[in-house]
Design a protein around this ligand. Structure first.
Ligand SMILES: [Zn+2]
Length: 261
C-alpha cells in the first residue's frame, strides 16, 4: 500500500501508489448514503475500526460524521483534527468533495504506522452542503477543555483542480506558515485564494470557535464553475495536481505532529 517514504526537512511521510488513489477516486457516487458507506468501508480497510472508529449523529443529516482516532505517544499530547466533508450536490461530486474525503483513510493509515506526539482525529463531515452541519456538530460536541486541547485543524475541500491552495481569510497564520515550509521543501506551488465572497467550507466552523485551522482547497476564479454542478466528474480532476496535494498533505501532517507544541 505504501509506495515510498520520502524525506523533506527530516519529515518521513508516506503516499499511496497512484493506481490505488485513482481507484479510490473512482468510487465517488452521486448519492450521499452510498458515499458514506464507501468511505466507511475504506476507513475500515485502512485499519480504522473497533475502538479507533466512531460515528457522530448530525442533526439535519441522515448520514453521521465518521471519526477515526489515533493515539498519542508524546508526553503532553494535544489533538490534530483532519477533516473533509463527504456529501455532494452536483455531478458525481468528485472534486467537491470526494477528492478530500477519500484521502482520510490513507492519512489515517499513514499516521497510525508510527508513534506520534499528538492524537489525530480524522473526521469525514456530513451535511456540509446543507450549511456546514457536520463540522458544526463536531465543534459543538467539544467541551471547553477539548477545544483548548486542539493544536490544529486541517480541512480539505475540493482538491485536484489546480495546485493546492489555502483560504487565507479562513486560516490561522501560523498554520499557513507551516504549510508554506512544507510546500517549499517539496518544491510545490502553494498560494492563497480567498473564498469569502463565493463559498464557504467546514474550516469556517472552527474559525468561528477560535480554533486554529488551515483551510485547504484548489479552487480558483476560473475553476469555480466546475463544482456544485454536473461538471464535477472524474475527468475534471487534474491528476498531477491532485497527487501532489496528496503528497503535500501527507507530509504536512507529519510535520505538524513534529513541530506543534
Ligand atoms: Zn465542498
Amino acid at each position: 500500500m505504501l509506495a515510498f517514504a520520502a524525506s523533506a526537512q527530516h519529515v518521513e511521510y508516506s503516499v499511496l501508489k497512484e493506481s490505488v488513489l485513482q481507484e479510490r477516486l473512482k468510487l465517488a457516487s452521486p448519492k450521499n448514503a452510498e458515499r458514506c458507506l464507501r468511505l466507511k468501508t475504506l476507513l475500515a480497510e485502512s485499519g480504522c475500526q473497533g475502538a479507533a472508529f466512531r460515528e457522530q449523529t448530525v442533526k439535519g443529516s441522515r448520514e453521521p460524521n465518521l471519526i477515526c482516532q489515533t493515539p498519542a505517544a508524546g508526553e503532553q499530547p494535544r489533538t490534530i483534527v483532519v477533516g473533509a466533508h463527504f456529501d455532494a450536490v452536483g455531478g458525481d461530486g468528485v472534486i467537491d468533495n470526494w477528492s478530500g474525503a477519500v484521502l482520510l483513510p490513507s492519512l489515517f493509515e499513514f499516521l497510525a504506522t508510527a508513534p506520534r506526539r499528538h492524537n489525530f482525529q480524522f473526521v469525514a463531515f456530513a451535511g456540509e452542503e446543507k450549511g456546514l452541519l457536520g463540522s458544526k456538530a463536531f465543534v459543538q460536541s467539544l467541551s471547553r477543555s477539548d477545544r483548548a486541547q486542539i493544536a490544529a485543524v486541517v480541512t480539505m475541500d475540493s482538491l485536484g483542480l489546480t495546485p493546492t491552495k489555502c483560504w487565507p481569510n479562513g486560516s490561522t497564520k501560523e498554520l499557513i506558515s507551516a504549510a508554506i515550509q512544507i510546500a517549499h521543501s517539496l518544491d510545490l506551488e502553494f498560494t492563497g485564494v480567498n473564498m469569502d465572497r463565493v463559498a464557504t467550507t467546514d474550516s469556517a466552523s472552527f474559525m468561528a470557535a477560535h480554533i486554529p485551522v488551515l483551510s485547504l482547497h484548489s479552487v480558483t476564479g476560473d475553476t469555480l464553475r466546475i463544482i456544485n454542478g454536473k461538471r464535477d466528474v472524474l475527468s475534471a480532476v487534474s491528476w498531477k495536481d491532485y497527487y501532489d496535494s496528496h503528497r503535500f498533505i501527507s507530509a504536512l501532517l507529519v510535520y505538524l505532529d513534529q513541530s506543534l507544541p
